[in-house]
Design a protein around this ligand. Structure first.
Ligand code: ATP
Ligand code: MG
Length: 333
């Protein structure tokens, strides 16, 4: 589907803003702080259900009581979200709901400047990154992750409390094992799929013969739900001493490999950028394969970070998608 327009009210620094979108490329041009990323953020909320960077109370324009954002697709379908300071409501297909309904979601490939540092950033950032991407591949993955995170929080709170007993943790252990085993299975599956294309796609950008791979590093390693549960139970003494859960998918990492060595430390800056570009292209292809929808591409200020050949390759690769770009300078496309 093609986005026709987006209208935003009391959203970040915008009192009222309207953007008509082209079916191919739309450029949002303006100085630092004028509210470019915020427009992408509003589009992201109306396509994916929540912001990629903040909570609604942080987004609501300071001093205002509500925000309202509205997106119209080319086929006339409208999606609206309002937030009144405590509750967010989506309206799509004339129905109100607290969450954006699955059938109103649209896949997005989001490219933020910080993604260019993904290889050398923290494991937590990489987990968040791949969780977002895998949520595009499979809707159930995202709900498994949020259920896992809720259970983890509850278990950790119990562990921090005095005199915690093993039986009181049991129900949380069950949930962690159930969702954790599934999250791990899907992480491995999706990373394997990405790896199938990574070296070839990278070589088409960088025009050399390096080998690229992402290694999913996890203690879970094909554990069944039962084996996962047993591990949590075995760790009880240790966890209650530590006051947190020391075993599980919340400790996984995704390590980029450059010619079999960790890319962080061996790939150059330019090479690292080509790896991330390749990853974005593969994300877009796999989303299309899995959902039969051409993802919307949101490029937040990344052109200024790329040299002309990489800019060209970005433009060429996404020429059949709707692309919305923010930039502080007029980028030559
Ligand atoms: N809740 C809020 N109310 C009012 N203003 C806000 C709020 N949250 C953020 N801002 C301000 O809104 C402005 C727009 O932020 P945004 O990140 O969209 O800018 P930008 O155009 O992408 O900037 P840059 O080019 O630096 O990335 C910033 O000045 C920011 O400080
Ligand atoms: Mg910005």
């Amino acid at each position: 589907m093609i986005i026709k327009s987006i209208k935003i009210i009391n959203f970040r620094n915008h009192s009222e803003f309207f953007l008509g979108c082209n079916p191919d490329t739309t450029l949002i041009l303006g100085p630092n702080g004028c509210g470019k990323t915020s427009v992408l953020e509003a589009i992201y909320i109306l396509t994916r259900g929540k912001s990629f960077r903040a909570t609604d109370s942080e987004i609501l324009k300071r001093g205002e009581k509500f925000y309202r954002i509205e997106l119209e697709y080319e086929n006339g379908e409208k999606i609206l979200a309002t937030y009144d300071g405590s509750v967010k409501t989506f309206i799509s297909l004339d129905k109100k709901s607290r969450r954006l309904p699955k059938k109103s979601k649209y896949p997005v490939v989001l490219f933020l400047p910080s993604d260019l540092n993904l290889i050398s950033s923290s494991p937590g950032r990489r987990r968040d990154y791949f969780d977002r991407v895998f949520g595009e591949f499979n809707e159930n993955y995202s709900s498994d992750v949020s259920r896992y995170e809720k259970a983890l929080k509850q278990r950790n709170e119990l562990l921090k409390a005095d005199q915690v007993s093993n039986p009181s943790l049991f129900s949380w252990n069950l949930l962690l094992a159930k969702y954790g085993a599934e999250i791990s299975r899907l992480r491995k599956l999706f990373i394997d799929e990405i790896n199938t294309h990574l070296t070839k796609t990278y070589r088409s950008i960088a025009e050399n013969s390096d080998e690229i791979e992402i290694s999913y590093t996890s203690e879970i390693n094909n554990l069944t739900e039962n084996a996962y549960l047993k591990k949590l139970e075995e760790n009880f003494m240790r966890d209650s001493y530590l006051g947190h859960t020391s075993f599980g998918v919340h400790r996984d990492d995704f390590v980029f490999k450059f010619n079999q060595k960790p890319a962080d430390g061996s790939a150059s800056r330019g090479e690292s950028r080509s790896i991330i570009l390749a990853l974005k292209f593969i994300e877009s292809d796999l989303i299309y394969q899995k959902t039969a929808k051409k993802p919307l591409i949101l490029l937040d200020d990344v052109f200024s970070e790329l040299d002309p050949p990489r800019r060209q390759s970005l433009v060429k690769n996404f020429k059949n998608n709707q692309v919305i770009i923010t930039s502080v300078e007029d980028v030559l496309l």
